[in-house]
Design a protein around this ligand. Structure first.
Ligand code: HEM
Length: 537
C-alpha cells in the first residue's frame, strides 16, 4: 500500500503555518507594507477629523471587527491538547485500521468540552463532557467524537434540536438552566423517559469530573469493525484514564466555578507544562456481528443502552498521551472540526438512528461555523495523509490547483488521481443488507427505558447514591412547576423505590409507586450483574 507522508509531529501543519504567520522584523499591513506608526490614526491636524484614506486604521479595525466566528451550537466551551496514540497491536485481528497496528504511532488532537454552556461559561458545571479525538492517520483522519458518559438522552437524532433547546439557557432571559428555572430540561426528560438512563449518569459524580485526565470517554454508538479478511464485528469504544476516574463533590464544583471558572483547562495546560501528560488507554468491547445487532438481549443500535463490562470485557488496544499544549487557541481549539463521518478503512458505522443523524450534522454545522467548504485546509483539520480530492474553489480556498479538468475520468489532463482498490487502501463499505418499509418508528426493543437506569443505580456505592439523591433534589428543587417534579418522580419510581422516596422527601412531595412496563422485556443478562453492596451512607 502506498504510504503517504509520515504521520508525526514534525509534519504537523499547525507548526508549519505558525512559522509563516509572523515573518520579518518590521510591523506591516496585511499586504506586507511596512508601517511607521500603529498608535495614531491619520488625521487632518492633530485634533482631527480622522481621514478615510487611512488604510491602516481601516484594515486594523475591520479585521478586529471580524475576529470572532460563531461558537459551536453545542460543546462551545472546550480546551484541547496535542499528543500521540501508540497502538499495542491487540486490535489487528478485528480491524485492518492501520493506526491500530502494533507500535504504530499516530499524532492526535483532543478537545474536551462541556455541552450546554457558552464559550465563556465555567468548567465545573454539572454537564456531560465531550471527548473528541482526531487521529491524523496515514490513511486519512479518523475522528472518535465521544462523551464522558456511555449513553445518550435520545434514541433518534431527529430529537437532538429538541433536547438541546430544552437544556440551553431560556430564550427570553438567556439565563442558564444551572442558575434558575430548570423547568424545560426536566420537562423534556420526564416526557421522554428514554432519557432516564443518561440523566442518572448526569446526576451522578460523572457529571462533575475532577479533571479531564480523570474522565472516561465513550464512543457511545456501536461501530462495525472490519479485519483484513473482510470479517466484521460490532464494537463499542472506551477511553480509560490512566489516572483513574475521579470527580469533584458538588460544593467543590460550585466553589471552583466561581473562584476559577477555568479550573479544568488550567489543570490540563499547567499539567502538560509541568511534564505531566494526560494518559488514556483505548479499549474495545467486541461483540459478534449478528443480523439482529443485539448482544445478550441488549439492542446495540439503541444509544441509551450500554453493554456492561461484566458481559463484554474492555480489551485495551493502545495508549493516548497528550503532552503538547496548543500554540494558538483560535487556530487549533476553536477551528478544529470533528466529524463522526471521518472514518478510515476498518471502521464503519451502524444504523443507530442517533449516529445516522450525526453523520449529517457535523459537516453541515461546520459549513456555517467555519465559513464554507474549505475548512479541511485549516492546519488543524488538514489530514497528514496526502489529499487529492478533485474539490475546487469555494469560500476561503487557499490552495492553487492545477490542471484543466477536475472530473474523472478525463482525457485532458496528464497527472490524474486514480481511484484506489481496496488492497491499495480505499475505503470500501461492507455490503450490509438493508431492507424494510419506509416508516417513522423505533423498534420495539427501544421501549425499555428503565432497566439500565436501575442497573446504573445498583452499581453505585452508598456515598455515590447519596450524591445522586442530592443532585436530583437540588436540580429538581429549581423547577417552578410541581407537575414536572412529580413527573420526574414518576420516572424515578420506575428506576428504584428507595431513590424515588429519598428525592421526593427532599422535595417535600409524596413518592409515587413505580409501575412496570407490561410490553417491555429487559435483557435477562442484566439481572446476573451483582449490585454494589452497602447501604446508602
Ligand atoms: C459537537 C459529541 C450527538 C450535533 C460535539 C462535540 C462532541 C459531541 C464531543 C464537540 C466537538 C468539538 O470538540 O469540537 C456527541 C455525542 C453524541 C452527540 C457523544 C451522542 C452520542 C449529537 C447529535 C447531533 C450532534 C445527535 C445532531 C444530530 C453536534 C454539533 C456539534 C457537536 C452540531 C458542533 C460541532 C462543531 O461546530 O464543530 N458533539 N454529540 N451531536 N455535536 Fe454532537
Amino acid at each position: 500500500r502506498e504510504q503517504t507522508e509520515p504521520a508525526n509531529s514534525e509534519s504537523d501543519a499547525v507548526l508549519d503555518r505558525s512559522a509563516q504567520a509572523q515573518r520579518g522584523n518590521h510591523l506591516t499591513t496585511a499586504q506586507g507594507v511596512r508601517l511607521p506608526d500603529t498608535d495614531h490614526s491619520l488625521k487632518a491636524g492633530s485634533r482631527g477629523p480622522s481621514l478615510m484614506e487611512d488604510f491602516h486604521l481601516r484594515e486594523k479595525i475591520t479585521h478586529f471587527d471580524h475576529e470572532r466566528i460563531p461558537e459551536r451550537v453545542v460543546h462551545a466551551r472546550g480546551a484541547a491538547a496535542h499528543g500521540t496514540f501508540r497502538a499495542y497491536g491487540t486490535a489487528s485481528s478485528v480491524t485492518k485500521a492501520g493506526f491500530l497496528e502494533k507500535d504504530r504511532e499516530t499524532p492526535v488532537f483532543v478537545r474536551f468540552s462541556t455541552v450546554l454552556g457558552s464559550r465563556g461559561s465555567a468548567d465545573t458545571v454539572r454537564d456531560v463532557r465531550g471527548f473528541a479525538v482526531k487521529f491524523y492517520t496515514a490513511e486519512g483522519n479518523f475522528d472518535l467524537v465521544g462523551n464522558n458518559m456511555p449513553v445518550f438522552f435520545i434514541q433518534d437524532g431527529i430529537k437532538f434540536p429538541d433536547v438541546i433547546h430544552a437544556g440551553k439557557p431560556h430564550p427570553d432571559r438567556e439565563i442558564p438552566q444551572a442558575q434558575t428555572a430548570h423547568d424545560t430540561f426536566w420537562d423534556f426528560v420526564s416526557l421522554h423517559t428514554e432519557a432516564t438512563h443518561h440523566v442518572m449518569w448526569a446526576m451522578s459524580d460523572r457529571g462533575i469530573p475532577r479533571s479531564y485526565r480523570t474522565m472516561e470517554g465513550f464512543g457511545v454508538h456501536t461501530f462495525r469493525l472490519v479485519n483484513a479478511e473482510g470479517e466484521t464485528s460490532l464494537v463499542k469504544f472506551h477511553w480509560k484514564p490512566v489516572a483513574g476516574v475521579h470527580s469533584l463533590v458538588w460544593e467543590e464544583a460550585q466553589i471552583a466555578a466561581g473562584a476559577d471558572p477555568d479550573f479544568h483547562r488550567r489543570d490540563m495546560a499547567d499539567g502538560i507544562d509541568a511534564g505531566a501528560p494526560l494518559e488514556f488507554e483505548l479499549g474495545l468491547q467486541i461483540m459478534p456481528d449478528s443480523e439482529d445487532e443485539t448482544f445478550e438481549g441488549i439492542d446495540l443500535l439503541d444509544p441509551t443502552k450500554l453493554v456492561p463490562e461484566e458481559l463484554a470485557e474492555v480489551q485495551l488496544v493502545g495508549k493516548l498521551t497528550l503532552d503538547r499544549n496548543p500554540t494558538n487557541y483560535f487556530a487549533e481549539t476553536e477551528q478544529v472540526a470533528f466529524h463522526t463521518a471521518n472514518l478510515v478503512p476498518g471502521i464503519e458505522v451502524t444504523d443507530d438512528p442517533l449516529m445516522q443523524a450525526r453523520l449529517f450534522s457535523y459537516l453541515d454545522t461546520q459549513l456555517t461555523r467555519l465559513g464554507g467548504p474549505n475548512f479541511t485546509q485549516l492546519p488543524i483539520n488538514c489530514p497528514h495523509a496526502a489529499v487529492n480530492d478533485n474539490l475546487r474553489d469555494g469560500m476561503h480556498q487557499t490552495l492553487v490547483h492545477h490542471g484543466q479538468a477536475p472530473y474523472l475520468p478525463n482525457s485532458v489532463d496528464d497527472a490524474l488521481p486514480t481511484p484506489a482498490t481496496e488492497s491499495e487502501g480505499a475505503y470500501v463499505h461492507r455490503p450490509i443488507e438493508v431492507t424494510g418499509p419506509k416508516i417513522r418508528a423505533n423498534p420495539v426493543s427501544f421501549d425499555d427505558h428503565f432497566s439500565q437506569a436501575t442497573l446504573f443505580w445498583k452499581s453505585l456505592s452508598g456515598i455515590e447514591k447519596v450524591h445522586v439523591i442530592e443532585a436530583f433534589t437540588f436540580e429538581l428543587g429549581k423547577c417552578f412547576a410541581q407537575t414536572i417534579q412529580e413527573r420526574v418522580l414518576g420516572s424515578l419510581a420506575r428506576v428504584d423505590a428507595e431513590l424515588c422516596a429519598a428525592v421526593a422527601g427532599g422535595l417535600g412531595l409524596p413518592a409515587p409507586e413505580g409501575t412496570a412496563d407490561a410490553d417491555v422485556t429487559p435483557s435477562p443478562a442484566l439481572s446476573q450483574i451483582p449490585a454494589k453492596p452497602g447501604p446508602i451512607a
